[in-house]
Design a protein around this ligand. Structure first.
Ligand code: FES
Length: 262
């Protein structure tokens, strides 16, 4: 395709993702479109305040200790990310302030240092998410391949806004930036918190269409596990759809001068 036309097409898609043509209500769009995660402002609430007790389960505390054993005694704080991840898996996909305080205590660091890490990385959720947290890739290759339509289909089907949880607590939809799977764009991740830290999975679903992503939601709703990876039946992993088109014969060796001639 001519470069000018391709650029015009990209602008048109970007406009559609942010314009009034989208099904997002205008008043919500100004907030939701520009933040890939829920806002990280902490406000005490009945189930999220420093007085709510929180601790690792005995099994997860053993896992935490094992993780910490990988770091020198004077660098225990380096375990903060895996411990936050473990706490999030245990707590159904999000991190209450009490969990962060517990991690600060376990690692012997100031709580503010834990808050800084948890609020920096978008993989850590500071507000409740669904048991299945669906993260739509919002970076350019996925956007150009239709991730706006994937997100709109999900939000419409589930009847939620971005970062909102369905009434049954099963699903929420968020956004992530490039997850390194651009060749199979558009894609989403499903973070499955239904089975605690022991059964936690974080699977990629690729080559999606609005129809297929709704089918995936309904498979998850039935408690089944759809096979991750490409959802294009004509494709194997990241190989070209319809079969290999290059490197079909033995490659020629690189040119080399005749060493015997001198
Ligand atoms: S842009 Fe979506 S995975 Fe890279």
């Amino acid at each position: 395709m001519h470069a000018g036309r391709r650029l015009a097409q990209a602008f048109a898609i970007a406009r559609r993702c942010t314009s009034s043509a989208s099904s997002y209500p205008q008043e919500k769009r100004s907030l939701t479109r520009w933040y890939s995660t829920a806002l990280n402002l902490h406000k005490d609430s009945p189930d999220n305040n420093p007085n709510v007790p929180w601790d690792f389960t005995p099994a997860n505390m053993a896992t935490a200790k094992e993780i910490m054993s990988h770091y020198p005694a004077n660098y225990q704080q380096s375990a903060v990310i895996p411990l936050l991840d473990l706490a999030q898996q245990q707590h159904g996909g999000w991190l209450p302030i009490s969990a962060m305080n517990k991690i600060a205590e376990v690692l012997g660091m100031a709580p503010i240092r834990v808050y800084e890490v948890a609020t920096f990385y978008s993989m850590f959720n500071r507000t409740k998410v669904g048991k299945y947290h669906l993260l739509v890739c919002g970076t350019t290759p996925c956007r150009l391949r239709g991730s706006c339509d994937i997100e709109e289909a999900l939000l419409k089907h589930l009847g939620v806004e971005r970062n909102e949880v369905t009434k049954d607590g099963l699903f929420s939809v968020g956004e992530m930036e490039c997850m390194g799977c651009c060749v199979n764009a558009p894609m989403i991740v499903v973070a499955d918190y239904t089975k605690g830290a022991e059964g936690y999975t974080y699977n990629y679903y690729e080559d999606l269409t609005p129809k297929r992503v709704i089918e995936l939601v309904e498979i998850l709703r039935r408690g089944e596990a759809p096979p991750p990876g490409t959802q294009n039946p004509n494709r194997f992993n990241s190989a070209p759809a319809g079969g290999q088109k290059t490197l079909l014969c033995e490659p020629k060796p690189p040119p080399c001068r005749d060493l015997d001639a001198c």
